[in-house]
Design a protein around this ligand. Sequence first.
Ligand SMILES: CC(C)(COP(=O)(O)OP(=O)(O)OC[C@H]1O[C@@H](n2cnc3c(N)ncnc32)[C@H](O)[C@@H]1OP(=O)(O)O)[C@@H](O)C(=O)NCCC(=O)NCCS
Length: 397
Amino acid sequence: MTDTTDIKKGLAGVVADVTAISKVNPETNSLLYRGYPVQELAATQPFEAVAHLLWTGELPDAVALADLRATEREHRALADEVRAVIDLVPLDAHPMDEVRTAVSLLGAQDLAGSGSVLAASGSAEDNLRRSIRLFAALPAIVAYGQRRRRGQEMVAPRDDLDYAANFLWMTFGEEADDLVVDAFNRSMILYAEHSFNASTFTARVIASTLSDLYSAVVGAVGALKGPLHGGANEAVLHVFDEIGEAANVSPWLDDALENKRKIMGFGHRVYKRGDSRVPTMKAALDTLIEHYERPDVAELYDALESEFVARKGIYPNLDYPSGPAYALMGFDTLTFTPLFVAARVTGWTAHVMEQFGANALIRPLSEYVGPAERHVEGYVPDAADVEVAERPEEAAG
Ligand SMILES: CC(C)(COP(=O)(O)OP(=O)(O)OC[C@H]1O[C@@H](n2cnc3c(N)ncnc32)[C@H](O)[C@@H]1OP(=O)(O)O)[C@@H](O)C(=O)NCCC(=O)NCCS
């Protein structure tokens, strides 16, 4: 029997494997992608270059970036079949269900005719190609999701725009200001990767069975939907809407804490003294607040942060500034978590490729706490039961 002190509920503190993709260091409050501080990448790189970095280990030179951008443009348009499947998803379903379904169809289409499950995991080249395809296809899926909920027509991609500007174009049907494109690009980079978080770990568990990359991403989308993970950026806006204005923060917080509510956008399993991505995203939010002339957003943001930190000593995570930033850009609250998918798909797919490259099936143990062995009334053991009973050491599948 396992000593219950050995059980790491929620796998807290467990180092499950090595990774060369990112390093989260809560002590120094830093996050590195392949060795580069995320703040530097957000300040200097287009999201496409960071995707290349996560997948291959290096930032692209001019030729590699141009190649990646050309391939990304080829796969940008929403295929008719994908659009038809999205249209089958009820308008009042959560858009994450739409994204999950669309990714599943993209996988089925791409893998059609690829043979038995024994070949599902594919080669390194297959998986890089699949990763770029998903990265390129997701903006149209997310943008169309928001537009159809608003009763608007789909907007075709524009070949003269890079990833971030085109994403905004397909969502809003108008060219975004450079300042907004820059803030959006930064948010995508900050959301791209964060080591063994719940959705990435889900993707790695699925990859560890030697299933395919698309299945791993479908599972990751499901994990990201939860409000304790990606769903928190959406939940932050619900909190802002509930509070209304800065003057209401104190009484709202009294009530929320009395009712033991979790305040969305605060706290983190790994960072306990603040999330390293927050200052960069907060700076982007500040430029948006100025651009859209919305000091009321800053007042509410600051009031809730300072009062909650003072009372509980729990700091904001990335979802806290990104939620209001996406709202100011014009995204509907329901679209926030799908935006997270479009960014994090780069990290998920990098991890899937890393898992395939040095695989071990992920299969932890559990401590059984159910009823002691008992028997169905009237059952008479036969020879097969006796044989099983004589092999008690055999591992369960
Ligand atoms: C992210 C999160 C799940 C990390 O949780 P964790 O490491 O498992 O820590 P716990 O949930 O066990 O929290 C530890 C303590 O802090 C409290 N706490 C943590 N985050 C809190 C929050 N956002 N609001 C209120 N209390 C919080 C817990 O209630 C708990 O208090 P207790 O010891 O008195 O029971 C948690 O902070 C949370 O639910 N945050 C809100 C959702 C969110 O923003 N998620 C996005 C993460 S990037």
